[in-house]
Each structure stands twice: as C-alpha cells, then as structure tokens.
Ligand binder design. Sequence first.
Ligand code: NAD
Length: 249
Amino acid sequence: MNTTFDFTGKVALITGAAGGIGGVLADLLHASGADLILADIDLAGVTAKAAELTGPGRSIAVQVDSSDPESIDSLIERVRSEFGELDFLVPSAGIYPTAMLADMTFAQWRQVMSINLDGIFLLTQRMIPIMRSGGSIVNLASVAGHRGSLSHAHYSVAKAGIIALTRNLALEFGSRGIRANAVSPGIIETSMTEGIRAQKGDVLLAQTPLGRNGAPEETASVIAFLLSDAASFVHGEVIHVNGGLFMAG
Ligand SMILES: NC(=O)c1ccc[n+]([C@@H]2O[C@H](COP(=O)([O-])OP(=O)(O)OC[C@H]3O[C@@H](n4cnc5c(N)ncnc54)[C@H](O)[C@@H]3O)[C@@H](O)[C@H]2O)c1
C-alpha cells in the first residue's frame, strides 16, 4: 500500500504495538518519519518490532499493562523522559475472548472491561497532559460496539463505551487543540480474529459487500489519516473500516 504522510518531528505512542493493527501502524508511522513509543504487555513482541524500525525516526519498546494505573504512570514517565511531549496517541491494546452472556462470569466481564475500556480511559486521561496542542488521539472501537456481537457481549459493550469516551474526549479537549476520533474495524485479518474467521468466516464474508476481510494495512492507513493534518477538522467521529459489513450485514 502506497500511503505516506509527513510525520517528521511527531512523537507517537501506540499500545498493542506487538499486535496486528498496532504493528502495521508502527511500520506506517515510522515510514512517515515519526518517533515511536511501542508499548505492549508482550515486551518481546515490541522489542522485536522496534529493532526492525531502524532510522531516521527513533523507536523504543516499553512493556505496559494498559489496564494497570501504575503501569500507565511508568509509561508516561518513560515518554516524558525520552521525548518530553507527545503528538499522537493510539491505544490499540485489546483482547477478544468468547463467552455467551448467559455463561459469562463476572471475572470474564471485568477482565474485558478492565483491558478494553478502563485501559483506554486511563491511557487517554493520563497522557493528555503531556500532549502538544495539535495532537490527535485515535481509538480502536469495533463494528461490535455498534451492532452487538454474539458471544462477545463484554467486548461489544467495551467498544460501545470507547465510542462514547471518544466523543467525550472530543468535547473536553478540543479547546486545547487535541482532536479525538475512533475507527470501527470489521473483520481484519490479525491473530485476534483467527477464531471467529474459523468459526463463521463464510457467513461474515457473505454479509460483506466487498467479499473479503480487511488487511491491517487498511485500518492503519485510516488511523494515519485521522492522526494527520489531512483530517484537521475531523473531530469526535467514528470511521467504519469494514468493507460494508456494518451497512449491509
Ligand atoms: N482485528 C480486527 O478485526 C479488529 C476488529 C475490530 C476492532 N479491533 C481492535 O483493534 C485493536 C487491535 O486489534 P488487533 O487485531 O491488532 O489485535 P491483536 O490481538 O493482533 O493485538 C492486540 C495487542 O494487544 C496486546 N495486549 C493485550 N492485553 C494487553 C494489556 N493488558 N496491556 C497491553 N497490551 C495488551 C496484545 O499483546 C497484542 O499485541 C484492538 O483494540 C481490537 O479490539 C480489531
């Protein structure tokens, strides 16, 4: 994919950067000149990714549990000490376990809320004070947050919460020159969706007018657009990236 932006001099923090979408986004932002903080609970994964991304921008790997307030505070200190301030924030860390609502334990519910929603609240609230005016946040919602998702109620509710959180970030921090938007991917081919693609991939493809799943590059490019000045008047929005699944499914 030939998608380039000029992010020279910009500092970007991506969580979930060892994952499918976060990793490809790291490639794209690095190719566009940004300095990167690649954070994930999987330290080996982000260390390997940072090692791939050689000059001119700097890329550092940091371990974080994005659901843990103390871990996030350590990440802020690392960002501050290495780069001073932040321009772009993309909280891409998340989990996607399966459980029917009738069988879901409170511990299962809380784990997903903790990582997929509390973690985004903590990260955005605590990073904004070190974000420069002109900064941009792009959250990862999901088609599940709009439509519901059979056997993923906890995930679906957390993603609906991210949509509302994004709009509240936009309301509160627009006056500081910080934009906040979200993308809502459908079925993107990463390890997160291996299970659902194996279980009901044919049904989902039949509901998708483009007739195929998305590649992580096709989400990363929309995130990069929302981060960039090309989207300088896009604020509090949620962009669907799903080949038409949401519209037609
Ligand atoms: N792949 C899709 O089809 C799809 C669809 C809709 C939304 N999304 C969302 O996009 C984001 C990225 O998804 P992906 O497909 O790249 O998934 P992925 O599983 O490839 O990557 C997720 C990453 O999050 C990390 N992570 C998990 N728990 C963490 C924690 N507590 N602290 C820090 N890091 C943690 C994992 O180690 C992993 O590297 C997620 O928020 C996901 O919900 C993905």
